[in-house]
Design a protein around this ligand. Sequence first.
Ligand SMILES: Nc1ncnc2c1ncn2[C@@H]1O[C@H](COP(=O)(O)OP(=O)(O)OP(=O)(O)O)[C@@H](O)[C@H]1O
Ligand SMILES: [Mg+2]
Length: 239
Amino acid sequence: MTEEKPDAISEQFTNVLKSGKTVLTLEESRKVMELSGVPFNKSGLAKTEEDAVELAKKIGYPLVMKIVSPQIIHKTEVGGVKVNIGSDEELKKAYNEIIASAKAKVPDAEIQGILLEEMVSGTELIIGTTTDPQFGHMIMFGIGGIFVEVYKDVSFRLIPISAGDANEMLNELQGGALLKGVRGLPGADPKQLVEILMSVSKLVEDHPEIAEMDLNPLMITKRGTIAVDARILLNEPTK
Ligand SMILES: Nc1ncnc2c1ncn2[C@@H]1O[C@H](COP(=O)(O)OP(=O)(O)OP(=O)(O)O)[C@@H](O)[C@H]1O
Ligand SMILES: [Mg+2]
């Protein structure tokens, strides 16, 4: 696990706000979450098609490609995510398609590059935080996919949470069996999930300027629970 570096995180936030933005890119959000101790899959940013081919050698196929732009919050909506890329040919084609689609859908988007990521599989989880006007920062944990969208199978707590709170959150889910692993899908190590929930809680506790963040999804893989998407929104700075 990466050691916590609150200074690097504050610096990152200051830079984003200085540039007049409140939304961190996928790459910036991942970096902050990694510094907070959240494990991620292998990744790298490609700025050209050639970069992408070189990077793919390090990450390995199959891989996932995602647009990195401060103006694009929901990447899938703009054709900005492609999964299961299996060769250099597919990679080059996808690289150009992602950029063309993003430019067509968000004409003034500043495209910083395309993130190449190791492709992983397993049950999808979601962790998010919001700011309630009355209660302050809240943390949410649930099973991803239709369990969030249809069944609303999620658990909430006020930040900060204790290890006991985090354990209760795991036990409260209707689909809790999925955490243990069913039908050949790997189960999660509850200790690791508790650590991740506490890392997120601590990040928001230490940085109350975070208005919202989410890890959507985290995946329960054979190698442990790994986040593959991250988003952080900051409060407008008070003048
Ligand atoms: N590295 C990966 N390996 C396997 N599947 C992935 C990977 N990254 C993303 N996916 C799948 O693609 C979906 C969309 O990717 P991602 O969450 O990064 O994009 P998004 O459009 O910003 O998502 P949203 O706005 O819904 O949070 C994920 O929910 C997941 O199902
Ligand atoms: Mg996502």
